[in-house]
Write a protein that binds this ligand. Structure first.
Ligand SMILES: [Zn+2]
Length: 318
């Protein structure tokens, strides 16, 4: 059954850098690429991305997660919204629309915009809309080229891997937002387990170290007008973002035999977290950078602790 949602009128401007995108979505910036790459990226040769086959990308995903395949089954990667989930709870209907777009856009691997909530009182319907952008710019990455000589297969693998990662964010949002029972997938439950471990007593030292660094960074980035409650909420929000990324990176790494390590995840996302916190508004760049490094170290210790605790309870990845 195909249920296609009406295309949305011009929402494209939400991708714009000026639309406080840093605070409203998941960005998977690859900070491990050498600086020189940023100059070559603006000269990406013309390349027709349409050589990928959607069916192949979907079957690559199906091999690793049936739940995710169910989510993506009926949609096309054309940037239009498709209804992927709907459920009734009480007299209200909850719906989820998802759009996927594949295109080159700079140095970001992928990006998921936080769900936009549309409420229709008349129809008693709440619609959530998420947009995933997939940027397979690593197409000429040496390791990937030697793994897939065939360009078409390489594009398909790369799109599947990025989409898998971004879909995890969507599935976690689904689980957090939809009435309980409707959005509870294997992926959501696994993520919850990891999150609970991260805030458990056993890791309280590591947790407090991370929160302390985040608090400092939020103060460094504060505009000055926010009250303490607001700042604490920001700390919590960024903390959840970091555990979300730890889970997404690890899960995708396992599925696509591309294992990341805690050190690299911590380094990459400590920086994004610090930018999300507001940057170096209140202090010098140098002071800010030192704090980002301290967050990265604290984060790595927390991530290592999570792995140890998960293996202690006999957690196995699905
Ligand atoms: Zn991510």
């Amino acid at each position: 059954m195909k249920r296609k949602a009406r295309p949305v009128e011009k929402e494209v401007n939400v991708w714009d850098w000026n639309s406080s995108l840093w605070s409203y979505g998941f960005q998977d910036l690859n900070t491990s690429v050498p600086a020189s790459f940023s100059t070559s990226i603006s000269n990406v040769p013309y390349f027709d991305l349409r050589i990928y086959r959607e069916s192949v990308v979907k079957s690559l995903i199906k091999a690793h997660s049936k739940d995710m395949y169910r989510l993506l089954g009926n949609i096309h990667f054309d940037g239009e919204y498709y209804r992927v989930k709907w459920a009734n709870s009480g007299e209200w209907e909850y719906c989820w629309d998802l759009a996927v777009k594949v295109q080159f856009f700079g140095k970001m691997l992928g990006m998921t915009l936080y769900p936009k909530r549309l409420v229709s009182q008349k129809e008693k319907r709440i619609v959530y809309r998420s947009m995933i952008l997939v940027n397979p710019y690593q197409l000429w990455d040496a390791a990937l080229v030697s793994k897939f000589w065939n360009l078409q297969e390489r594009v398909e693998y790369l799109i599947a891997r990025i989409l898998f990662h971004e879909c995890i964010h969507v599935m976690i949002s689904l689980g957090n937002i939809l009435p309980s029972g409707f959005g509870h997938t294997d992926i959501y439950l696994e993520f919850r387990k990891m999150f609970e471990i991260s805030v458990s007593k056993k890791l309280s030292t590591e947790l407090h170290n991370v929160q302390f660094r985040l608090w400092n960074l939020v103060l460094f980035g504060a505009a000055g007008s926010e009250n303490e409650k607001k700042l604490l909420e920001r700390v919590q929000e960024i903390y959840e973002f970091l555990i979300n990324e730890k889970y997404s990176n690890q899960k995708t790494g396992k599925a696509f035999s591309f294992p990341p390590n805690n050190k690299s995840i911590a380094r990459k996302y400590a920086w994004i977290a610090a930018v999300k916190a507001g940057g170096s508004r209140q202090v010098s760049k140098r002071v800010w950078q030192v704090e980002v490094r301290r967050l990265s170290i604290a984060l790595r210790e927390l991530f290592d602790g999570i792995d140890t605790e998960l293996s202690n309870i006999g957690f196995t990845w699905k």
